[in-house]
Design a binder for this molecule. Structure first.
Ligand code: ZN
Length: 148
């Protein structure tokens, strides 16, 4: 099951230690449009993996891993820049907003209300939005705008 458009039951995935994997096509990720560079259709898709797991206290969770280069625009010289994403986030699952509030108070992890089937591509897009910097910039010395 690798289709990104399919929905899945997050609690079941956590219970069965299931794994979903796929590629996120950045050109088709509508909510990322404002955050990525114009020539995004020429870039490689971002690889993702969602694994069912539990946290240290045994509560159901998803481990969401992203890997890839995302084309962004340097906010200093306005030239394109490949922002390397390599991250795994553990998100606890809640059955209701109420449970989410209670979980939030007892963990530093992210909490997701999964009272409905989730769509992998949307979850991955959300994670990527949280990961990308608002003002990406080249490393000092690599920027066309120089060091001043
Ligand atoms: Zn730059």
């Amino acid at each position: 099951m690798t289709s990104t458009g399919k929905s899945f039951d997050a609690f079941r995935l956590a219970r069965e230690r299931g794994v979903l994997e796929g590629m996120l096509d950045l050109a088709a990720a509508s909510r990322l449009r404002d955050r990525i560079a114009e020539d995004a259709d020429r870039t490689e898709p971002v690889r993702w993996r969602i694994a069912g797991t539990t946290d240290a206290a045994g509560r159901p969770a998803l481990a969401i891993r992203l890997a890839g280069d995302v084309p962004v625009t340097c906010q200093r010289c306005l030239a394109p820049l490949a922002f390397e994403v390599e991250r795994e986030t553990v998100t606890l699952l809640a059955r209701s907003e109420q449970e989410a509030d209670a979980l939030d108070a007892s963990t530093d992890d992210e909490v997701l209300v999964a009272d409905h089937p989730l769509t992998a591509s949307e979850l991955v897009e959300d994670e990527l939005l949280l990961t990308l910097p608002f003002a990406p910039m080249h490393e000092p010395g690599a920027c066309a705008a120089g060091n001043g």
